[in-house]
Design a protein around this ligand. Structure first.
Ligand code: CTP
Ligand code: CA
Length: 226
């Protein structure tokens, strides 16, 4: 590790990151999930560790190696993710990059659902907890709370309303409608939306987005400027 304090602006800070999709069981062999690769969240965790932070990375099911210096907790469902986040508190900053499944099956069948010869089964869904919104009103709310928003339309308007609805400090928005989209690609073009303004970053590799974001987090947490 780099020993120069100027290069470790998050030294002494605990940064919590959620990443990847969640997986919501339907029966022992089937689940609901989404296309999140976890790459952006892992890149942020890596950048925060490189900046000297203690990092807890709560990861849904992804095929990625654990970044150097990062403490990783693997989870499956949104409820598991919420419990792992709760146990990881307190944190100085939390960056909620996970694409949490919005819904889960209302009942998980104990045996594999069979086709029989009847009609397809109806899937009854119920809403998952909103981990970001829950954390925003938690007694141990991190001093800096950052959400992500993957949008396919009205990126800025949706991000601004999410910022207010979820009481986050920043929402990092990206447009996932483009081909070679942000969900599983290696590049990302994001807009950082805060109460006091909007900053648009050029399209760049997810690792670089991670470093840019971590530099802003360090500044917000009061790290001395380099
Ligand atoms: N989030 C969360 N828990 C959920 C859903 C979302 O913590 N159950 C977090 C995500 O990690 C992200 C932010 O909330 O940081 C925004 O997620 P997004 O899916 O864009 O927002 P939703 O409120 O679920 O709205 P949408 O209908 O657009 O999916
Ligand atoms: Ca959602």
């Amino acid at each position: 590790f780099d020993q120069d304090p100027a290069h470790r602006p998050l030294y002494g800070k605990h940064v919590l990151v959620t990443a990847g999709p969640t997986r919501e069981a339907i029966d022992p062999v089937r689940y609901l999930s989404n296309r999140s690769s976890g790459k952006q969240g892992f890149a942020i965790a890596a950048a925060a560790a490189a900046a000297g932070a203690r990092v807890t990375l709560v990861a849904g099911p992804v095929a990625l190696p654990t970044p150097l210096g990062v403490g990783r907790i693997d989870v499956e469902s949104a409820e598991d993710m919420q419990a792992a986040v709760r146990r990881a508190l307190p944190a100085d900053a939390a960056v909620m990059v996970a694409a949490v499944a919005d819904w889960r099956a209302k009942t998980i069948e104990h045996e594999k659902i069979k086709k029989h010869s009847s009609a397809p089964p109806a899937l009854i869904l119920e809403e998952n907890p909103d981990i970001l919104a829950w954390l925003a009103t938690h007694p141990d709310r991190p001093g800096l709370l950052v959400g992500f928003a993957a949008e396919t339309e009205n990126v800025l308007d949706n991000a601004k309303s999410k910022l207010q609805r979820k009481r986050a400090d920043w929402i990092v928005a990206n447009d996932v409608s483009e081909s070679g989209g942000a969900m599983d690609g290696d590049d990302n073009a994001v807009v950082i939306v805060a109460a006091d303004g909007v900053e648009r970053l050029d399209r760049m590799p997810k690792h670089q987005v991670g470093r840019e974001l971590v530099a802003r987090i360090a500044q917000a947490l009061g790290a001395p400027a380099e």
